[in-house]
Design a protein around this ligand. Structure first.
Ligand code: PLP
Length: 439
């Protein structure tokens, strides 16, 4: 079979998958090693047809897939590989760009600037900021903190963040040899700004939309402290930054315009397939200073160009801007707003059901599309409940711990999630809770 036939079969496979995915168990049901045991230990000597890959995808791999692109994936943060994003990934692979230098891909280099300027405009970020696409927020935060370390006054080596900041901040500090100090949060899981002494600080990471509860740190107060102590302010808005596309969520943007850098992940809540993280900065020259390293074999005579390799840890860079651009064009501002509003509305509805029931309790405020809740009863009951609901396969949810208590999370974020999907999650929770309580 030729490329066209294989391509049509693959596109058909994807179309069928998108149509039928609701029927699949959201969480993979295989035991560790089960997939590996079914696969040959060596590559074939003779090449096989591509149809053999598709056949094994169905027969062997699919049972080992946890369906992140399922409308009832409510764990961690719900995400979406939308249709324009999926098609753009195919084009990205076909073009196989490596946008390390402007001349190695003028289009990918310039489209990245355009797509990120569009994104900044959609989110209400300052038009003067420069954006740079990374694989994930972990890399974006690493790049921001590496730059902060590079420009920090002599003798400073401490990074501050809230006790609810993502572990990517811990990892970046470990890699960079910086000391991390976790600041306690208030009763709504926001970093406390009072009494914070930043005199030894390289950077402060404020989170807008924390991983457990999506709480929003008090950025205006933290920005004041950073300004006074000459400290780099990095904002982790990986998840919640996408909500800025809606005016009613712009309250969470307050103070962000004073940041030195901010990360938002279009692959989290902006319907772009993994991987796509946007690192914005008001200090591109400092980023360039921290990262630029040009060996002879990469020198060019091009003038007045941006070489993207100069602004981050990676040399080789995929054409990720194409999928972001495709998503922004096909959704449009109104499409993005509508989908995010629907997610927030559905989460609000779920929150109301919890609130109205004596058997359930809410355990954190819900600023966006994640509800933190638990069944009234013990931690063990809630833990078993989550295991049972997830094993049944119709929905997938995850947990966190707040004030040392086991907490369930429902995160709405897939563009195809409907009211019926959220209702089904609620019904499953109630059925299995009653079953557990009945013994
Ligand atoms: N920051 C926050 C607030 C997150 O919730 C996450 C992941 O969920 C990350 C950073 C890390 O994101 P990535 O997987 O893109 O590195």
């Amino acid at each position: 079979m030729g490329f066209r036939e294989d391509g049509q079969a693959t596109l058909e496979w994807v179309a069928r998958y998108l149509e039928d995915r609701r029927e699949l168990p959201v969480l993979a049901r295989v035991a560790p090693g089960e997939i590996r045991a079914q696969l040959p230990r060596k590559a074939p000597d003779q090449g096989e047809p591509f149809s053999a890959v598709l056949a094994d995808l169905d027969a062997i791999l699919l049972p080992g897939i946890t369906h992140w692109n399922h409308p009832r994936f409510f764990a961690y943060f719900g995400i979406t590989a939308s249709e324009p994003g999926i098609l753009a990934e195919l084009l990205i692979a076909a073009l196989n760009q490596n946008a390390m230098l402007w001349r190695t891909s003028p289009a990918a280099t310039e489209l990245e600037q355009v797509a990120l300027a569009w994104l900044a405009d959609l989110l209400g970020l300052p038009a003067s900021w420069m954006g740079h696409i990374e694989d994930g927020a972990s890399t974006s935060t690493l790049a921001a903190l590496a730059t902060a370390r590079h420009v920090a006054p002599e003798g400073r080596s401490v990074v501050y963040c809230s006790e609810h900041a993502h572990s990517s901040v811990d990892k970046a500090c470990r890699l960079l040899g910086l000391e991390l100090r976790k600041v306690p949060s208030d009763d709504e899981f926001r970093m406390r700004a009072d009494g914070l002494d930043l005199s030894d600080a390289v950077a402060l990471v404020a989170t807008v939309g924390t991983t457990s509860t999506t709480s929003v740190d008090p950025v205006p107060a933290l920005a004041d402290l950073c300004r006074a102590a000459d400290v780099w302010l990095h904002i982790d808005a990986s998840y919640a930054g996408s909500a800025f596309v809606c005016e009613e969520h712009r309250w969470a943007l307050a103070g962000c315009e004073r940041a030195d850098s901010l990360v938002v992940n279009p692959h989290k809540w902006m319907f772009t397939p993994i991987d796509c993280s946007a690192l914005f900065t008001s200090r591109p020259d400092d980023l360039r200073d921290a990262f630029s390293l040009v060996p002879e074999y990469l020198r060019t005579s091009d003038e007045d160009v941006i070489n993207l390799m100069d602004y981050g840890p990676a040399l080789g860079r995929r054409f990720r801007a194409l999928k972001l651009w495709a998503v922004l064009r096909v959704f449009g501002r109104e499409g993005l707003q509508h989908t995010i509003r629907e997610h927030v509305r559905m989460a609000e509805e779920f929150e109301r059901w919890v609130e109205l029931s004596d058997e359930w309790e809410l355990v954190a405020p819900r600023p966006f599309s994640v509800v933190c809740f638990r069944r009234v009863g013990s931690d063990e009951l809630n833990e078993q409940l989550l295991e049972r609901v997830n094993a049944a396969g119709r929905v997938y949810m995850s947990h966190t711990k707040l004030h040392d208590r086991y907490v369930l999370r429902l995160a709405v974020g897939n563009a195809d999630t409907t009211d019926a999907d959220v209702r089904l999650a609620w019904d499953e929770l109630n059925v299995y809770a009653e079953e557990l309580e009945a013994g």
